[in-house]
Design a protein. Structure first.
Length: 521
């Protein structure tokens, strides 16, 4: 045998020995995988078979990493909510278990970003850096983990902060007909949190893309996106995505709350959410109830809004304030979904289309609006002037109705109506111009002292602007007590009233000159 052939045989023997050893020591790692198939497809839902161990609200995956959520777990089949476009799915396609529930990435990297409910960026930027993942469905804090609501969340709107105060950790419903300014109140509240160390989450549910883009542009223009996260499910998205959007947004907000921070979340709006849930439930043949809504329609909103609270100091002392928005039809606040949400929340702000048409913006109907936290969520200086203001405004609204019939009015009634008209004029406020607390209190003190009663109605806005400019000359100690937890003394009030008199003097009509006498001639 030649030498090259011997070397070759030796090398082959060595390779053979290595292969034999590798085969002898090979232990395959088998990963069990459960696979089912799609048995039926419809708009936004699918029915599958072959996954007997699938749990409720567990994620499943289709081809191309498309996702679905187990919704109806029956003995022979499972009904899924599709979280993707269903056009490319077909009956007979494979479905795999993922072994995890629906969750979303959370962290400080979400601030300033626009996401979909699956955590994917839709603002054209790279995926955000997240620190943790939280389930979108989480239990609400226990009663013993909650602290009283006592710190105000200033909206910057005089009519809300004075008459319908909102506290950090409260749930305040905003409702009204279409195009009455509901979103404007919510976005103005977000704008007013600039510099207040409050994280904001704006959740757009089933809205038009143009409407959401307008809100985002407004937030960016005012510098509010620095502390805001926007979670969006557009109206043309799958109904499953619309359904899970507010839960995903709430988990993002809860992450910041558990870090000890104050958080504001806006749900815009839950009418679309309820309709998406009704659509999915009817397609999955769940029993319909009143207005074709399923029987647990109350539960889907209550378990979400109950997660808004003020935590005790041992848990960081953070808070989550919720402003859910609901749309009414023809001013019917006694409809099914509005009454459900009124009973869940801690008060409501009702926007009247009549006031909107009259140009009273924000069009808040004080008579039908209420805050169940009330003055407990107001600063002492605010509380001292807000109570009398609401009483005077209520008396004015009642008397105004009678005055429309041409009834003869005595001087006292006429003064009450004139004073109420000035209150209504002062409560008007342009959109995207929230006012600091100090400016609001000074205007209210001037109203309470009757200083605006001599100002013509068409000059009230100008007088208010002059008064706010004059605030810069207020002594620093008095200005500090306007925003502190201290009460205003009588001397402080006299100082503010004197300042207001000087600022409004130029807007009051000059008295008619006295007629000349014979002696003067």
């Amino acid at each position: 045998m030649s030498e090259p052939v011997g070397v070759l045989l030796t090398a082959l023997d060595s390779v053979f020995d290595e292969l034999t050893h590798a085969c002898a020591t090979y232990s395959p790692s088998l990963v069990p995988e459960e696979i089912g198939i799609i048995t039926s497809l419809s708009t936004g839902i699918a029915t599958i078979s072959g996954l007997p161990n699938l749990g409720n609200e567990e994620l499943v995956s289709f081809k191309d990493d498309r996702l679905g959520l187990a919704f109806n777990v029956d003995e022979g089949e499972v009904g899924l909510i599709l979280l993707c476009d269903y056009q490319d799915l077909h009956v007979g396609d494979e479905v795999r278990r993922t072994g995890r529930v629906m969750d979303i990435g959370v962290g400080n990297g979400l601030l300033g970003r626009v996401l979909d409910p699956l955590g994917r960026p839709i603002d054209g930027k790279p995926p955000p850096l997240t620190e943790h993942r939280l389930p979108v469905e989480r239990p609400a804090p226990a009663i013993m983990d909650r602290a009283p609501v006592s710190v105000p969340l200033q909206t910057g709107l005089k009519v809300v902060d004075a008459m319908i105060p909102i506290g950090r950790g409260q749930r305040e419903l905003i409702l009204g007909d279409r195009q009455t300014g509901k979103t404007a109140i919510a976005t103005d509240t977000i704008l007013n949190q600039r510099g207040q160390n409050v994280v904001c989450v704006y959740c757009a549910i089933g809205q038009r893309a143009s409407s959401v883009a307008k809100v985002i542009a407004n937030l960016e223009e005012k510098g509010a996106m620095e502390y805001t996260v926007v979670v969006v499910a557009e109206g043309n998205n799958a109904p499953g995505l619309v359904y899970i959007t507010p839960y995903a947004a709430t988990s993002i907000a809860e992450y910041f709350m558990e870090q000890g921070r104050d958080v504001l979340i806006v749900y815009d709006d839950l009418t679309q959410h309820a309709q998406a849930y009704r659509e999915l439930s009817l397609l999955l043949r769940r029993p319909p109830g009143r207005e074709a809504y399923p029987g647990d329609i109350f539960y889907i909103h209550s378990r979400m809004l109950e997660r808004s609270t003020h935590l005790i100091k041992d848990l960081g002392g953070g808070s989550l304030t919720a402003l859910p928005i609901i749309e009414t039809d023809a001013q019917d606040i006694s409809a099914y979904i509005p009454t459900n949400l009124i009973s869940i929340t801690d008060g409501q702000i009702y926007l009247s289309p009549t006031l909107f048409e009259l140009g009273v913006l924000p069009a808040v109907d004080v008579a039908l609006s209420v805050s169940r936290v009330g003055s407990q969520a107001q600063k002492p200086a605010y509380r001292a002037v807000a109570g009398d203001l609401k009483l005077a405004y209520s008396q004015f609204e009642e008397l105004e109705t009678f005055a429309k019939f041409g009834t003869h009015l005595d001087d006292a009634t006429r003064k009450t109506i004139d004073h109420g008209q000035r209150i209504r004029a002062c409560l008007k406020q342009p959109q995207s111009q929230p006012l600091p607390v100090a400016q609001q209190i000074v205007v209210l003190i001037a109203l309470q002292a009757g200083l605006f009663d001599q100002v013509p109605l068409d000059k009230v806005a100008d007088g208010e602007g002059a008064l706010q400019k004059a605030l810069k000359t207020l002594p620093k100690d008095v200005a500090g007590r306007l925003t502190s937890e201290d009460k205003l003394s009588d001397e402080d009030r006299k100082t503010i009233v004197a300042l207001a008199k000087g600022a409004l003097a130029g807007f009051q009509p000059k008295p008619d000159p006295a007629p000349a006498t014979k002696d003067a001639k």
